[in-house]
Design a protein around this ligand. Structure first.
Ligand code: CP
Ligand code: NVA
Length: 306
């Protein structure tokens, strides 16, 4: 049987995603009823972090425990990974001792090299290019609040970073539209985003125009992990790309606001928005747990039927 990885959003087809969303709901409902569900009994997830994390670590570690398995945390500071052991060698060894690996790292190429040498499924827990687990949770959250995302409009305001690229891929797979507004010099790079074309997104110089009539307005930090040296310059360049109350007022009346978190109030988002009535950021964060449990179930056990 071939191994299934989740290295970027388009690694799962529309049908597979629909299955994972249905399983997310089933797993979440069962969890809320305090009913144990241990399909991954005796399985081990290794989590490798080369960057900081709260939500990703917690949701994978708690999620694996709740499914009956165990999770082991490794970071580059105190493992051989930070001392130059080749990624290919690490993949050989780690995948002989575990059932699944989650990696948060820098270039996408690193996770691809790991996966090419792994005997077990590999999950992208964030790279410079993509954050597929985040968008899995975000779309599940949208569906919970508003129904199918197909045909809807998502406004992305700010940096064309890993989260933005993943929204753009998701739009192609699930057939919705993204209106993107980035400051000059930070535009979407189609190849880096791994897109087939330009059909599912439109670029706007004015962030207010991108947000107009959108069903979901979303943003992320102006400076992602790994780009800290550019922070000062970015603070100046992104100053007009804050999601504030005026921007939410031009969006659709019942528009949702999402942010992958951690957020910087007063920078990419105003407090009145993230703490206001459109915001679903806490549901979004919680759904990392449920959607990743469904993802891990799918990668290890295939299409489990309720
Ligand atoms: N959204 C997200 O991935 O959060 P962490 O960096 O805390 O994992
Ligand atoms: N774009 C952000 C997301 C953090 C979850 C980063 O890469 O730092």
């Amino acid at each position: 049987m071939s191994i299934k990885h989740f290295l970027q959003f388009k690694d799962l087809s529309k049908e597979e995603l629909e299955h994972v969303f249905a399983r997310s709901k089933w797993i979440k409902d069962k969890f809320k009823r305090y009913e144990p569900y241990h399909p991954l009994f005796d399985r081990t997830l290794v989590m490798i972090f080369e960057k900081a994390s709260t939500r990703t670590r917690l949701s994978f570690e708690a999620g694996m425990q709740q499914l009956g398995g165990a999770a082991i945390y490794l970071n580059t500071r105190d493992s051989q990974l930070g001392r130059g052991e080749p990624v290919e060698d690490a993949a050989q060894v780690i995948s002989r001792m575990s059932d699944m690996v989650m990696i948060r790292t820098f270039e996408q190429e690193i996770i691809e090299r790991f996966a090419a040498n792994s005997r077990v499924p590999v999950i992208n827990g964030l790279t410079n290019e993509y954050h597929p687990c985040q968008i899995l949770a975000d779309i599940f959250t949208f569906i919970e609040h508003r129904g199918p995302i197909q045909g809807k409009t998502v406004a992305w305001i700010g940096d064309s970073n890993n989260v933005c690229n993943t929204w753009l891929q998701a739009a192609e797979v699930l057939d919705f539209n993204v209106h993107v507004s980035t400051p000059p010099g930070y535009e979407v790079e189609q190849e880096r985003a791994g897109l087939y074309g330009h059909e599912h997104y439109e670029e706007f110089a004015d962030p207010m125009e991108a947000a107009r009539d959108a069903d979901l307005v979303t943003t992320d930090v102006w400076t992602s992990m790994g780009f800290e040296a550019e922070n000062e310059e970015r603070m100046r360049d992104f100053a007009d790309w804050q999601v504030d109350g005026d921007m939410m007022r031009v969006a659709a009346k019942d528009a949702l606001f999402m942010h992958c978190l951690p957020a910087h109030r007063g920078e990419e988002v105003a407090a009145e928005v993230i703490d206001g009535p459109h915001s679903v950021v806490w549901d979004e964060a919680e759904n990392r747990l449920h959607t990743q449990k469904a993802l891990m179930e799918y990668l290890l056990l295939g299409r489990v039927q309720s």
